[in-house]
Design a protein around this ligand. Sequence first.
Ligand code: NDP
Length: 249
Amino acid sequence: MIRYDFTGKVALVTGSSRGIGVATLTAFAKAGATGVLHFWDDPDGGNRRDAEALAKALGGAVHLEPADVREAGEVEAMMQRVKVQFGGLDILVNNAGIIRDRTLKKMTLDEWHAVLQTNLTGVFHCCKYGADILRDGGRIVNIASIAGLLGFHGQTNYAAAKAGVMGLTRVLAKELARRRIAVNAVAPGVIQTAMLGEVKADVQAEYLKQIPVGRLGKPEDVANAILFLATEESEYITGHVLPVTGGWA
Ligand code: NDP
């Protein structure tokens, strides 16, 4: 990893108990930040147990916060707890997301809404209530996707949500510029996480053929880009979408 120094900063990463989120939270914690590990508190408590074990492994500088990003009230309450605990927030990474792939002909309205509510409305909630507690000079990094740039077969819901995240990012960058808060998006390509496990092996093989650097991405590849966009030195970059795709997009 690139060596960053986020000492004294508070960084909240949504969906940070696995995948790209955990790589990002770990990188922030290793670079000296206080990490806020956000997770969805599912009814059987499995996610909470995983999050607690992860926080323990990462050491004392990680604070746990549950919220369902689809629920405005839960997100608002989480942000207010962070404000009480830390006096505010410096970095917000909106990473939580799901896929429910199916061709449009077969896609149900529930599958459409599930992806839009988590991947787009969830980002809206976190930006809205997160901006209230972000300190001036803070950073928002939204996780979009190559799918929102190129459009992949079977992903009308996902591509629409991720393209929406890019539009939201460009507008919010303008709205928050007066507070010196930079708002950017990272658009990962095909990254090796649990989410990729939901994609068929033959489709993954087709993806690989499209990647000029010849390998799938690692969560750390995305985390590096996110951390760069969270630095003080990147302050003049705002409203931008940064592809992290091994040259595909
Ligand atoms: P994972 O499936 O590994 O992790 C997704 C995270 O989102 C989990 O921590 C999950 O929490 C959380 N989450 C899902 N729904 C909710 C919810 N309603 N409320 C709160 N948290 C929720 O995915 P990845 O790490 O692969 O993906 C992370 C982001 O990167 C996503 O936005 C994804 O769309 C994007 N991306 C991924 C790519 C890839 O190839 N992997 C490519 C391009 C973009 P929990 O574990 O508690 O359920």
